[in-house]
Design a protein around this ligand. Structure first.
Ligand SMILES: Cc1cc2nc3c(=O)[nH]c(=O)nc-3n(C[C@H](O)[C@H](O)[C@H](O)COP(=O)(O)OP(=O)(O)OC[C@H]3O[C@@H](n4cnc5c(N)ncnc54)[C@H](O)[C@@H]3O)c2cc1C
Length: 414
């Protein structure tokens, strides 16, 4: 089905559902999110109004499976929609990603991860609670994994612990960079089971939802960052926080397996930045044509250097889109080595490419274009943040690619 606009992922043969969802995201983004984006950025405040719109449009339940009342969108469809939202408000897209991932881990993704019969039954019994909250109450879930240790890079057990008690778990610890701090209804906390033996093990990772109003949960710290300011990614402290067993988003030990089985889940941070890159490109074209609303109609398109820069930006954008498109359609459990490498490449290309395109956009449009009444300087600051997101920072991707290319699993040098 065709669209009356070109989405951030580029033109393609979309299914009817994809076309409808992309149109919805595009309309909301253009009419509501873009005009508000400067406000969240200036105030470093959470885009609550955008979330009201997402809720009303049914987009909070985008990836809740249909049998639980959601839209049932698959991984690729989410990535297309996420990019379209990112085109109009990066902070909204990035926080939306945290929420959507909470439903993907529990939904589609869990369906493709091996579980024992007992685990499967437990999961089937518990997940309707989370889906109901999203579908019926419009609840928002955050995904605070980072701790300022090697855990979020996937190299050590999470320092946040969960101790088993009668009827539930008691959580203790600290999460940094928790996007949606103070705005989420539930925080999906990754923590390690405290078995009392002082030997934390990554295989004992638990994934538990903590209600925003739980006793012992506090949001602390300032939030005055360079970019993605509307994400409000502050610090969460958990002190003896009790949650009932039903708050488990996955059975014990399943998250660890799921993260290994479904590496593409970490790619879900990319769509936001493909959207940011598209926005910087869109702005440049509009600006050089003298068509930015509210600006004098000064044309700058006649200079060959500008034309060349736009061509370079388009080449980079198309390379990102092509890798992105392939990666989102290949995503699935247990990718081959070739697919895994491509996934890394796609992620790296989008995260670094977004910043490259924003950099070229400012150089090409010139001094007036980076004044704060225009979106370009915000896009530039937002674009830099993609490469910092664990576990797949731009650095760690290079690290993984180099090692995994030259060493097969288990190989060592004497
Ligand atoms: C806008 C924004 C929103 C965010 N939202 C969330 C969120 O909602 N949830 C969440 O969980 N996290 C979130 N994060 C956090 C993010 O994923 C990282 O955890 C955070 O940026 C790490 O910062 P750090 O300085 O502690 O990194 P460090 O851990 O100090 O790492 C610094 C750099 O060193 C490299 N590095 C790190 N570990 C290793 C290692 N073991 N080996 C080799 N190199 C390594 C990496 O390249 C990394 O970028 C967000 C970050 C940003 C910028």
């Amino acid at each position: 089905m065709s669209l009356d606009f070109i989405p951030a992922v580029g033109e393609a043969d979309f299914s009817d559902a994809q076309a409808r969802l992309l149109t919805l995201a595009h309309r909301l983004g253009k009419e509501r999110f873009a005009p508000r984006a400067a406000q969240w950025d200036r105030e470093a405040s959470f885009p609550f109004a955008n979330y009201d719109d997402l809720r009303e449009a049914g987009l909070l339940a985008l990836c809740v499976p249909r049998k639980f009342g959601g839209e049932g969108a698959d991984f690729a469809t989410y990535c297309m929609v996420g990019a379209e939202i990112g085109r109009f408000c990066g902070a909204t897209a990035l926080t939306y990603n945290m929420h959507i991932c909470s439903t993907l881990w529990t939904g589609t993704l869990s369906d493709g991860v091996a579980m024992s019969e007992v685990q499967r039954a437990e999961h089937e019994a518990r997940r309707p609670l989370h889906f109901r909250r999203v579908v019926e109450q419009g609840a928002v879930y955050a995904q605070p994994f980072s701790e300022g240790s090697a855990a979020a890079a996937g190299k050590a057990p999470f320092g946040t612990t969960a101790r088993k008690v009668d009827g539930g778990w008691v959580l203790n610890g600290r999460k940094i960079f928790a996007s949606l701090s103070g705005a989420a209804d539930y925080y999906g906390i990754l923590c390690t089971e405290d078995k009392g033996d002082q030997h934390p093990d990554m295989r004992d990772t638990l994934y538990i939802a903590v209600p925003g109003d739980a006793e012992g949960l506090t949001v602390t710290g300032d939030w005055d960052p360079m970019g993605m300011r509307g994400t409000v990614s502050r610090t969460l402290l958990l002190r003896e926080v009790f949650v009932p067993d039903d708050e488990q988003l996955m059975p014990r030990g399943v998250y660890y397996k799921a993260a290994q089985t479904w590496p593409a889940m970490f790619f879900t941070l990319s769509p936001t930045y493909l959207g940011v890159a598209q926005a910087a490109y869109d702005f440049t074209v509009q600006y050089l044509r003298g068509e930015v609303p509210g600006q004098p109609p000064v044309k700058r398109r006649m200079y060959p250097t500008k034309q060349i820069a736009v061509a370079q930006m388009r080449i980079q954008l198309e390379s990102m889109r092509a890798l992105f498109w392939r990666a989102i359609h290949e995503a699935g459990p247990n990718p081959s080595k070739d697919q895994r490498m491509r996934l890394y490449v796609a992620h790296y290309a989008v995260m670094e490419g977004a910043n490259d395109i924003a950099r070229l956009a400012i150089r090409t449009c010139g001094g007036q274009s980076m004044l704060k009444d225009l979106p370009l300087e915000r896009l530039y600051r937002d674009s830099r943040c993609g490469a910092l997101m664990l576990p797949w920072t731009a650095e760690l991707i290079l690290d993984r690619m180099g090692r995994e290319t030259l060493y097969e699993p288990g190989e060592r040098d004497e």
